[in-house]
Write a protein that binds this ligand. Structure first.
Ligand code: HEM
Length: 402
């Protein structure tokens, strides 16, 4: 019983929901009326872009104080809204006509709010996936059909498909996160039976996450993803279109660089890597650096959770030290489940980025992106090399060769 109470306290301390993991439970959908001008733009983004009115409308917004945004959920909603507005303002039609200065009426409240939340002033996964959802029928289930996103980018249903499938993968993997405090205390108490059972929960949960991941084919069209949505998720770090970064007018005198929104900012995989002693970060190198950087785009409580795991007892060493073939096999099944997810993710990236990039008409390629940007992710990394490195590090982490 004490064990369950401790577990619950850990989850609460690090803002992890029992049922939804790192996702924000029941995000707010409305802000106080003072912020109607923000909501109007965010709600009508695709139309305003299509009609060529977006930038003009953004420039007309009055400079608003963030003082009326009371409470975490209201602040998360405002961060999401300002993130959408900022991405739309910078990229507009996604035709290469970019803005390098964010006007002070948006930049000032956005940066103040970002500081308050400990998030960067750019649309991140914590916004567009973790806090951008609702149930259609509140008493109904958390399924694609009964859910919707709060705000959309151009590209028809592509943003709904990408954001909701990512969210549903997070939620499917949340029992694995819920098992972590149980695993850690079982190690401390040398309780092999409880440990093995909790590790099995991780295996089942990751298998379910893989099943849910496959729904991406049904809801996300590769051409729309590559040619439309990906542009609005692009950041200004390692991006030749804004090589200096974005100037947040009225906040800082020099431009700042931030990476675009990516599920690499999800805390799920990084938590499980640490738990299982898969050394993505400790090994150093550019992949480690990128993953470390991605942590700064997570809500601070979730970053703290990763640090807490890093200082916890080593599950891996404990399992190795026990001469228990069953326990070791279950541990390896956890690693296997992560390898399968990462292999599947590589296939997805091939379908949604590598293949559409190779099919782009040559004229456009020369006119728009002369620097091989197609092979880079929204975060600006050389994606396939990066993803294979991370997958290979996972593969090297079996206790017994497979
Ligand atoms: C159309 C679907 C997807 C595409 C095209 C895609 C693309 C990418 C790319 C390009 C990266 C490299 C990092 C970057 O440049 O940002 C990346 C990393 C990553 N993505 Fe995805 N992604 C997709 C869906 C997902 C989903 C649904 C998840 C799980 C919630 C996920 C989890 C990750 C993780 C954890 C990383 C970091 C590398 C790792 O730990 O293995 N991705 N993704």
């Amino acid at each position: 019983m004490a064990l369950m109470e401790d577990s619950w306290e850990i989850l609460e301390e690090y803002h992890i929901d029992e049922d939804l993991g790192f996702a924000l439970p029941n995000p707010l959908e409305e802000l106080p009326h003072d912020y109607d001008a923000w909501i109007f733009i965010a709600k009508n983004l695709p139309e305003l872009i299509e009609n060529g009115q977006l930038r003009e409308e953004v420039e007309k917004i009055p400079l608003l104080s963030i003082d009326e945004l009371q409470g975490h959920k209201s602040q998360r909603l405002a961060h999401l809204v300002l993130g959408y507005i900022t991405m739309a303002y910078v990229w507009d039609r996604g035709d290469g006509d970019v803005r390098k200065v964010l006007p002070n009426n948006i930049a000032i409240p956005y940066c103040k709010l970002s500081e308050k939340l400990g998030l960067p002033p750019i649309l991140c996964y914590a916004d567009c996936v973790l806090a951008n959802w609702k149930k259609k029928d509140p008493s109904g289930p958390m399924t694609y059909d009964n859910m919707d996103i709060l705000f959309s980018f151009p590209g028809e249903d592509c943003s709904k498909g990408f954001f909701l499938v990512s969210l549903l993968v997070e939620i499917a993997a949340s029992p694995a996160i819920k098992a972590i405090p149980i695993i850690l205390s079982a190690v401390k108490q040398q309780d092999q039976g409880t440990l093995q059972k909790a590790l099995l929960d991780v295996v089942f949960s990751l298998k379910e996450a893989l099943r849910v991941f496959q729904e991406i084919h049904e809801y996300v069209d590769p051409k729309l993803f590559f040619n439309v949505l990906r542009i609005y998720l692009s950041g200004w770090k390692g991006n030749p279109q804004l090589s200096e970064g974005l100037l947040y007018e009225g906040v800082w005198d020099t431009p700042r660089k931030y990476a675009g929104g990516s599920a690499a900012q999800s805390s799920i995989f990084q938590s499980l890597d640490i738990l299982l002693g898969i050394e993505q970060i400790a090994g150093g190198g550019s992949a480690a650096e990128f993953l470390q950087d991605m942590r700064t785009y997570m809500p601070p409580a979730h970053q703290d959770f990763l640090r807490f795991l890093e200082t916890g007892p080593s599950v891996r060493e404990f399992v190795v030290s026990k001469d228990d073939a069953g326990l070791q096999e279950t541990f390896d099944q956890c690693v296997e489940a992560l390898v399968s997810l990462r292999n599947y993710h590589l296939q997805i990236v091939t379908k949604y980025i590598v293949i559409p990039a190779s099919q782009k008409p040559r004229e456009n390629e020369i006119a728009e992106e002369p620097t091989g940007q197609e092979n880079r992710g929204t975060g600006g990394t050389d994606i396939m090399n990066f993803l294979k490195t991370v997958r290979n590090t996972t593969k090297k982490s079996f206790l017994k060769d497979r």
